[in-house]
Design a protein around this ligand. Structure first.
Ligand SMILES: [Zn+2]
Length: 85
């Protein structure tokens, strides 16, 4: 390999590491960049969220979260209620 190839490898590795670190921090802090692998339930009525979530808004598409099928409460991917305007 040429020296430039090694540089590309290092750059790629750093990029992957940065993304992994951000995901880990987001998961720890429970913010929008985290990953929640456990199922969430509606904070209002206790209805479990479906495994296949269908985004009902652009925000949900980007950041996760669902709308309760039973009572219509919007929650984030951590199962916390999102205040509606
Ligand atoms: Zn609900």
């Amino acid at each position: 390999m040429k020296p430039a190839d090694y540089l590309m490898l290092v750059v790629a590795f750093v990029a992957v590491a940065a993304v992994a670190l951000q995901l880990w921090r987001g998961t720890k802090r429970r913010d929008d960049t985290g990953i929640n692998l456990s199922r969430i339930v509606c904070p209002k009525c206790g209805e479990p969220a479906p495994l296949m979530r269908t985004p009902t808004s652009f925000r949900q598409m980007l950041r996760g979260g669902i709308t309760c099928a039973k009572c219509g409460t919007e929650m984030d991917k951590w199962g916390r209620e999102i205040a509606r305007r």
